[in-house]
Design a protein around this ligand. Structure first.
Ligand SMILES: NC(=O)c1ccc[n+]([C@@H]2O[C@H](COP(=O)([O-])OP(=O)(O)OC[C@H]3O[C@@H](n4cnc5c(N)ncnc54)[C@H](O)[C@@H]3O)[C@@H](O)[C@H]2O)c1
Length: 250
């Protein structure tokens, strides 16, 4: 039986590309999403579920373990709102719950549910999908204005990636972050009127399939506890391994 890969937020965008790349690499893929489109992915078990809900997370992991040995978890589902620090408290508190429940609590719950399976299987890969707003930093690419809570959620992922990589290395479980710039997805297009990318961005935006290939390269590298960057206009590679103190915390 081939290994099982779980991808959150798999209906569209990067999640769909991750799910398809893992399917093409020979995994039995369970992709889940709050969007029903996930049910029509070819060759992928698509399930409706919300990563911010514990019961949904437990159902997903139970279903995946019934498919075989869970070897890969891609924590991709993420959501975005602009919440500048001088926005109202009411907006900030509502956006906090909306963003953190998916971007951090969902990652925490899904990973905690999967890790015992990976420990029993003596190995696995966890990929945390972050953003180039964090690390490895480019000077003009960190802490984009007005995205305070989204940024905080993605910096929070660093804590998980770092701690879990160290804790789980003894079990042959590798944990890495992916920190990409603009990728052509529905999320990116929602930033622009009518979903139209400006010409310069349209010419340079990255393709989700190339980022998914980078994920396969990360898994094949055997490296753990790192954030891997991908920047518009630059080749998408996994690069040289940085010194230990620069991998997650800069
Ligand atoms: N597109 C980019 O330029 C870019 C850049 C950096 C990081 N990212 C990150 O990549 C990941 C994917 O982004 P994308 O651009 O493909 O976004 P997207 O909005 O196009 O797709 C995200 C998918 O996640 C699903 N989702 C949202 N909340 C969910 C929940 N609670 N439970 C289950 N599914 C849920 C959505 O329905 C959607 O199908 C996110 O974590 C995002 O922060 C994207």
């Amino acid at each position: 039986m081939s290994g099982v890969a779980i991808v959150s937020g798999a209906a569209d965008g990067l999640g769909k590309a991750y799910a398809e790349a893992l399917r093409d690499a020979g995994y039995d893929v369970l992709g889940f999403d709050i969007d029903h489109a996930v049910e029509s992915l070819e060759g992928i078990k698509g399930v409706i579920a919300d990563v911010s809900q514990r019961a949904d997370v437990e159902r997903i992991v139970e279903t995946a373990s019934g498919m075989g040995t869970i070897e890969v978890l891609v924590n991709n589902a993420g959501t975005h709102r602009r919440t500048p620090v001088d926005a109202s408290w009411e907006q900030a508190l509502a956006d906090w719950d909306f963003i953190m429940d998916t971007n951090l609590k969902g990652v925490m719950m899904l990973s905690r549910a999967v890790v015992p399976h990976m420990i029993a299987a003596k190995g696995g890969h966890i990929i945390n999908v972050s953003t180039y707003y964090v690390l490895p930093a480019k000077s003009d690419g960190t802490n984009q204005p007005d995205t305070d809570l989204y940024n905080a959620s993605k910096w929070g992922l660093n804590g998980f990636t770092d701690a879990w990589a160290k804790r789980l290395e003894q079990h042959n479980i590798r944990v890495n972050g992916m920190c990409m710039g603009a990728v052509d997805t529905p999320m990116l297009r929602r930033f622009f009127p009518d979903g139209q990318l400006p010409q310069d961005l349209s010419d340079s935006v990255m393709d989700a399939a190339d980022i998914a290939q980078q994920m396969l390269d990360i898994m094949a590298s055997g490296r753990t506890g790192e954030n891997f960057g991908a920047w518009v206009g630059e080749p998408i590679t996994i690069g040289e391994q940085p010194p230990l103190h620069k991998r997650i915390t800069g």
